[in-house]
Design a protein around this ligand. Structure first.
Ligand code: UTP
Length: 294
């Protein structure tokens, strides 16, 4: 049976939109409520049964490595303070998966970041989860990676998540040209990086969840810089679609674009509202605020 056991999480972007906060730490390490964005992403992969996680890191690589490593000092202090609850939470992080970090020496684009993982991924199928996008699925519901894995296992074809976006948002995303199949998913013929709304073949955008066969590396190996002078993953995806085939599916989950300032604020509010320890008080505060500003 085809299985997906490895995941790659790119977290080596420059995080320009969050400067100066991201001058010394990667934006993927910014907290949403009380855990880094990256931990939500790793948790999604682990929930899908992923065993090995390859983190592509750049500036601030040590902050990422330390987070997933044992911290004797913190653990010792929590033990002495009798904070069993927090201690367990901290220990769970270091035991949740095999974390392997690789440095992307220069932020040359998402395609380049994915190619940096090739020595560890090797000849295996793998998932890619963008490190600054949180996909919230209710407990018991399949995560986005599980939704993709189901189609991948059925068909053996690389499968990526898509979502329908408003016309004014088309130029912010990779957009697919695709035809609906009888099974309800889309067969992709081309992927275009950030097209204008006039030239876009559809409004189906890539939010940052993918499952690839290792053939994607064949197209990334010799990839030339494309749009914005970056090595684009979307160019390699078009080659994959034309040669091996590529499917896409509309995913079910609540998506938070935590790599964008407004998306980051929304993620903090909505995920805090879901928390029993914070939700009721935050809701009360927001109700009062809404009255004040309306
Ligand atoms: P983004 O374009 O959202 O990240 O890339 P960025 O470049 O850091 O953002 P700004 O515009 O400067 O604020 C999507 C994901 O791909 C990773 C990023 O870390 C992010 O998780 N990425 C991007 C890399 O790992 N390497 C790259 O060269 C580019």
């Amino acid at each position: 049976m085809i299985r997906v056991k490895k995941a790659l999480i790119p977290a080596a972007g420059l995080g320009t939109r969050f400067l100066p906060a991201t001058k010394s730490i990667p934006k993927e390490m910014l907290p949403v409520v009380d855990q880094p964005i990256l931990l939500y992403v790793v948790e999604e992969a682990v929930r899908a049964g992923i065993e090995d996680i390859v983190l592509i890191a750049g500036r601030g690589k040590h902050a990422i490595e330390d987070f997933f490593d044992r911290s004797y000092e913190v653990e010792d202090q929590l033990l002495k303070a009798g904070r069993e609850d927090l201690l367990q939470r901290i220990q769970r992080i270091r035991d949740m998966a095999n974390i392997i970090s690789i440095r992307q020496k220069e932020a040359l684009g998402l395609g380049h970041a994915v190619f940096c993982g090739q020595p560890v991924i090797g000849n295996e199928n793998f998932a890619v989860l963008l490190g600054d996008e949180i996909m919230y699925s209710e407990p018991g519901e399949p995560t986005v990676i599980e939704q993709l894995a189901k189609i991948f296992i059925e068909t053996g074809l690389s499968t990526v998540a898509v979502m329908e976006v408003a016309p004014q948002d088309v130029e912010k995303y990779g957009i697919v040209a695709a035809e609906k199949t009888r099974d309800g998913y889309f067969r992709v013929s081309e992927v275009i990086e950030k097209p204008t709304v006039q030239s876009a073949p559809s409004r189906l955008a890539l939010p940052g969840r993918y499952i690839f066969t290792p053939q994607i590396f064949d197209y990334l190996r010799d990839a030339k810089p494309g749009k914005n002078n970056e090595i684009q993953l979307t160019d390699a995806m078009t080659a994959l679609a034309k040669n091996q085939g590529l499917l896409s599916t509309l995913f079910q989950a609540k998506r938070f674009d935590a790599g964008d300032k407004l998306g980051y604020l929304i993620a903090n509010i909505e995920l805090a509202l879901m928390r029993p320890d914070l939700g009721p008080q935050l809701k009360q505060y927001l109700r009062g605020l809404a009255r004040e500003i309306s």
